[in-house]
Design a protein around this ligand. Structure first.
Ligand code: GAR
Length: 197
């Protein structure tokens, strides 16, 4: 299997399903969790699942280039081939983008380019849309701007908790499957976008 690192900042439900679904067919193996919030519950999940954790606090480093250099060292040491962002609430900087160009994926809880950035679910409710959804895309230097790999719609029904649950359910199906397809080269490969929304 191909070694991947999952980057996360929060509860880690996507991290957990990525780990579980890796066991079905061994296309990839989650070798490392990278987490910028050492107290986040995703760290406990990783420990429970026996997965190595690199947890750091951005404020312990002078800037993004230095903490990303530390991450990079870890990624190289573990022979990581792909980086899979799952609720990693930070922009990826040039250090990681250069080293892993076209090998960084992200999942976002909206149909991009609608509702980029923080609280995409709140933004969708505020806008009163009838349909929102989930996007998997390659990561570039922008905020949720990279080339789209796959999308799935979710109907807006009920309250915020309902929508959150429906989106999570779709994410947990979609993300591991798309990660596998990308690793196997079955999806369109990375091309730098010439136009940004
Ligand atoms: C997921 O819904 C993911 O799409 C979102 O954070 C959540 C993490 O949940 N990501 C973003 O909003 C990125 N801009 P999880 O920790 O339970 O996987």
């Amino acid at each position: 299997p191909v070694s991947i690192a999952v980057f996360a900042s929060g509860s880690g439900s996507n991290f957990e399903t990525l780990v579980q679904k890796a066991r079905e067919d061994e296309v990839y193996h989650v070798e490392l969790l990278v987490c910028d919030q050492p107290e986040a519950s995703v760290v406990d999940k990783a420990k429970r699942l026996g997965i190595e954790v690199f947890a750091f606090r951005a404020k312990d480093y002078p800037n993004k280039a230095t903490f990303e250099a530390a991450i990079l060292q870890k990624l190289h040491a573990k022979s990581i081939k792909w980086c899979v962002l799952a609720g990693y609430m930070r922009l990826v900087g040039p250090t990681l983008l250069k080293a892993y160009e076209g090998k960084i994926l992200n999942i976002h809880p909206s149909l991009l380019p609608a509702f980029p950035g923080k609280d995409a679910i709140g933004q969708a409710l505020e806008a009163n849309v009838r349909v929102t959804g989930v996007t998997v895309h390659f990561v570039d230097e922008g905020m949720d701007t990279g080339p789209i790999v796959e999308q799935a719609p979710v109907k807006v029904e009920g309250d915020r908790a309902n929508l959150q649950r429906a989106i999570q359910q779709v994410e947990h199906e979609l993300y591991p499957a798309v990660v596998k397809q990308c690793i196997k080269g079955e999806k369109a490969t990375w091309q730098r976008k010439s136009v940004h929304y």
